[in-house]
Design a protein around this ligand. Structure first.
Ligand SMILES: Nc1nc2c(ncn2[C@@H]2O[C@H](COP(=O)(O)OP(=O)(O)OP(=O)(O)O)[C@@H](O)[C@H]2O)c(=O)[nH]1
Ligand SMILES: [Mg+2]
Length: 458
């Protein structure tokens, strides 16, 4: 199974200018050669070159498609195997035909992700990088894309590698101590263990903290737009979506249902929910809408509370601010093109200045300020700094937590002076758990690694 030759259509199905079929494996070149008619045999061409010709029906010799074929020989390819990419015309039928012809030659249809899996198994990328390739494909925003790109590049692996190096150093130190036990050395070792474990645990916590941000980047911040009828909630959704997604009228109670829209605000993906204006009403449909607004409010990570600053605050507005003051909230004072009527001082009692944004959706003013306020909340203004090593994968998060737990166990054992060869077990477990993140399958390399990097007695 491992080195058989696989193929798949690598471009999205549908009508496009071109479509690409990727073939990878030991037999990729000879198998494509059988159905490729051109001046040259692919077996003879140089690697990383492109060749014009036709894919033919092997039985009838009829031309099926006019193609360009790219040859990339192992190991300089995505999978590190021989890879042939066939570019043909973009229609579904022609691509299917070429693929069928390849399958008829004995090529196997690739499983989802199998090219990337091979890249991993052949050692071109590690697990975090393989997983990041998927994130890259699915990225919903520019920033999510950059994070994934960085992970493909190996940024997370590098961080994990550094932590494991700390632990290897620690294990080497302990190893020496087990071999040459002397009391005062033991004292020093205990302090050394405490310090190192602490350091690695802190680093793991930082990575775990970034997991929260990673999740946001991938899935979007659930953001509810809340407020009384007619304040401009739907206008806000439309402005952020740059589309007339929701109906806007001057009739209070226009929006009855929750309208969902993914938008990208300054590179941060928001799952925006426009809701019915909250008010007491006898209209049954509107009542249901108001109920839905309230439950959207409960589930939201971020609330955009919209007020019309050309109207005085009502008791309901104040009750709402009371309810929102401990949540992630941005207060939007809309309609600043009209004469102000609202007492801003009251709002300041509930929210800090950086959470209050003035807008005129009619004139399209203030959207930049809103963008900044959102960025500031979720990235504490730090995201621009460029440290984009986010952990966003559930498997990674789980292993990081496990590793931190193992180190906590080591710390506790150390505190009550349990013999250090016992601690060694916990530290080694942590080292292995971190190794699992990057797909480095455990122990056998441990000893080699210790003694290749350290010279005894130093
Ligand atoms: N003057 C002015 N009018 C605005 C502004 N933003 C929105 N409006 C108007 O206010 C009215 C209500 O806007 P919507 O966006 O429908 O308000 P809403 O909060 O969604 O209202 P409901 O769906 O009824 O709860 C419309 O007539 C908009 O054109 C603004 O910044 N200035
Ligand atoms: Mg509306």
């Amino acid at each position: 199974m491992l080195n058989d030759t696989i193929a798949a259509i690598s471009t999205p199905l549908g009508e496009g200018g071109i479509a690409v079929i990727r073939v990878s494996g030991e037999e990729a070149i000879p198998l494509v050669d059988r159905i490729f008619k051109s001046k040259n045999k692919l077996a003879d061409v140089a690697t990383h070159t492109v060749h014009y010709g036709h894919i033919i029906d092997a039985k009838t010799n009829d031309k099926i498609e006019e193609v360009l074929v790219t040859v990339m020989r192992a190991p300089r390819s995505f999978t590190m195997e021989d890879v042939v990419e066939v570019s043909c015309h973009g229609g579904i039928v022609s691509v299917k035909k070429v693929l069928d012809e390849l399958l008829a030659q004995g090529v196997r249809l690739a499983e989802p992700g199998e090219f990337t899996k091979r890249a991993f198994l052949n050692g071109r990328i590690d697990l975090t990088q393989a997983e990041a390739v998927i994130d890259l494909i699915r990225a919903k925003s520019d920033r999510a894309f950059k994070v994934a790109l960085k992970q493909v590049d190996g940024a997370l692996s590098k961080r994990i590698g550094e932590l494991r190096f700390e632990l290897v150093e620690l294990m080497a130190h302990i190893e020496v101590n087990i071999d040459y036990p002397e009391h005062d050395v033991e004292e020093m070792t205990s302090a050394f263990i405490r310090e190192k474990c602490q350091k690695v645990m802190e680093q793991i916590s930082i990575l775990l903290h970034s997991a929260e941000q990673g999740k946001i980047l991938r899935e979007g911040i659930t953001t509810a737009i809340i407020g009384r009828p007619n304040v401009g909630k739907s206008s806000l959704l439309n402005a952020l979506a740059q589309d007339n997604r929701a109906i806007v009228t001057d009739i209070p109670g226009t929006t009855r249902d929750v309208i969902e829209e993914y938008v990208n605000v300054g590179g941060i993906p928001l799952k925006l929910l426009d809701t019915a204006g909250i008010r007491e009403t006898s209209d049954l449909v509107e009542q249901i809408g108001v109920e839905r607004s309230r439950s959207a409010l409960v589930d939201a990570d971020l609330v955009l509370f919209v007020l019309n600053q050309a109207e005085a605050l009502t008791d309901e507005d104040i009750a709402m601010m009371e309810q929102l003051k401990d949540r992630q909230t941005i207060v939007i004072l809309n309609k600043v093109d009209l004469t102000p009527m609202l007492d801003r001082g009251v709002i300041s009692e509930y929210f800090s200045e950086d959470r209050i944004v003035e807008l005129s959706l009619l004139e399209g003013k203030g959207l930049n300020d809103l963008e900044q306020a959102i960025s500031a909340i979720f990235f504490e203004g730090k995201l621009e700094g460029g440290d984009l090593t986010y952990v966003s994968n559930v498997r990674h998060i789980h292993l990081l937590k496990e590793a931190r737990k193992s180190l906590e166990d080591a710390q506790q054992a150390n505190d009550i002076h349990i013999p250090i060869d016992m601690l060694q077990i916990d530290i080694r477990t942590a080292w292995e758990q971190l190794g699992e993140i990057i797909g480095d399958s455990v122990a056998e390399s441990l000893i080699d690694q210790i003694f290749s990097q350290f010279c005894l007695g130093k």
